[in-house]
Design a protein around this ligand. Structure first.
Ligand SMILES: Nc1ncnc2c1ncn2[C@@H]1O[C@H](COP(=O)(O)OP(=O)(O)OP(=O)(O)O)[C@@H](O)[C@H]1O
Length: 383
């Protein structure tokens, strides 16, 4: 199936009986196709959004009926009037990210207003400049450790390109909506409220997403989830997508983050990237709660010797050099990996393990940082 094939089909669907077809009427956005999934939006006047819902459903059904198409996601977006920043008239369900989201604020002049996330006191982003450094593992164990320290905690998996929170928390069920609304109920796992893009879309779907769509889906997961289902959250931990591109910048500008925790491995490259990440957060005035060095050293279980396999200590040095808190070292430890990967995170299942103690201390430092995060962030300069 090509875009032209899809357009051919769409040209046979009128806006309403006897009217122009939806393609000629200019309703259809750019079309994304990947591995049998098709995604696009229909742009309609805001006041007609409700009335257009049956058309959206019909279009989705027609596209799904095409040979070779397994999944179709069609969303309604509102027409933008001059000077009007309004976006979707009918916010699509989070499983239907809008393909015509806001542009990166950097291109729009003044930064947009921050999202209003109800029922959450603090949002903490856990970031890393590259994938595979243990960001999700750290985010999950940090969230559980915050809970163990007596706080009400949620975790939002914003790592659209590789959502792993459902696996790390052993979540199998799909979220349901609060009756009569489009608001999703988070899933409770080990006493924390969890939501992941991985629970809402098919595994292959994220592959077809583009940066701005990611931002759109994330803002919906923040706004359209009943985070305060069991009382207001003290902290919502967000497992961010790796990297420091437009998505992260837009997220940092649109989401009312209280602070960020940066995860890095000791390798030089990772540290180099972490510096970029720090510069970005600094640019958008997000307080940096600190850097965590993950896979910091390897404690040999048989001889008890400490091995600095990745050249341990670089994160502490970097943190000191640029004047941000160093939140600690988490060793490379088989149990952390095995427990994470089997959905039994170490902090929840082995709370007395010395490695859990490291996360508990990390959580204390993060909570402490949140108390004081209103003070001006340190000035960071790079040569
Ligand atoms: N301290 C640790 N000791 C041992 N294994 C670890 C540790 N931290 C993370 N891992 C393992 O490393 C792998 C990558 O971790 P994780 O998925 O958390 O990284 P990530 O940075 O979120 O990656 P991605 O961005 O690709 O999702 C996982 O198998 C995880 O269990």
């Amino acid at each position: 199936m090509t875009k032209d094939d899809i357009l051919e089909k769409l040209k046979r669907i009128p806006v309403r009986p006897g009217a122009q077809d939806i393609v000629s009427a200019g309703l259809v956005s750019d079309i994304f196709i990947k591995d049998g999934s098709v995604m696009f939006s229909l742009t309609v006047p805001a006041e007609e959004a409700q009335a257009m819902e049956p058309l959206r459903q019909l279009v989705e059904k027609e596209i799904k009926s095409l040979p070779g198409i397994e999944k179709a996601m069609v969303a309604l977006t509102a027409e933008r009037k001059a000077g009007d920043r309004a976006q979707a008239a009918t916010p699509p369900h989070p499983s239907q990210p809008r393909p015509q989201p806001p542009k990166a604020p950097a291109q729009r002049g003044a930064p947009p207003a921050k999202l209003d996330v109800k029922g959450v006191k603090h949002i903490v982003a856990v970031s890393s400049a590259k994938g595979g450094v243990g960001k999700s593992t750290t985010a999950v164990n940090l969230a559980l450790a915050l809970k163990a320290n007596g706080l009400k905690v949620g975790i939002l998996d914003a790592d659209i390109y590789g959502p792993s929170i459902p696996r790390l928390l052993n979540i199998k069920e799909k979220p349901t909506t609060v009756e009569g609304t489009r608001i999703l109920q988070p899933i409770m796992a080990y006493g924390i409220a969890a939501m992941s893009i991985g629970l809402l879309v098919e595994e292959d779907a994220p592959m077809i997403w583009r940066g701005p769509m990611v931002v759109s889906a994330l803002t919906q997961m923040l706004r359209d989830v009943a985070w305060n289902m069991e009382g207001d959250l003290d902290v919502l931990v967000v497992d961010m997508p790796p990297g420091t591109g437009d998505i992260q910048l837009t997220m940092a500008q649109q989401v009312p983050l209280s602070g960020s925790v940066i995860v890095s491995t000791p390798q030089d490259l990772a540290l180099l990237d972490a510096r970029k990440g720090i510069a970005m957060f600094k640019k958008v005035s997000i307080p940096i709660l600190g850097i965590v060095e993950n896979m910091s050293y390897f404690l040999c279980p048989s001889c008890g010797e400490k091995h600095d396999i990745f050249g341990h200590g670089g994160a502490r040095e970097t943190a000191e050099k640029i004047g941000i808190p160093f939140l600690g070292e988490i060793p490379l430890y088989m149990d952390i990996r095995e427990r994470s990967d089997s959905g039994c995170p170490i902090v929840a299942t082995e709370p007395d393990d010395p490695h859990s103690a490291i996360y508990l201390q990390l959580a204390k430092d993060v909570a402490q940082g949140l108390q004081t995060s209103s003070r001006p962030a340190p000035k960071i300069t790079f040569e």
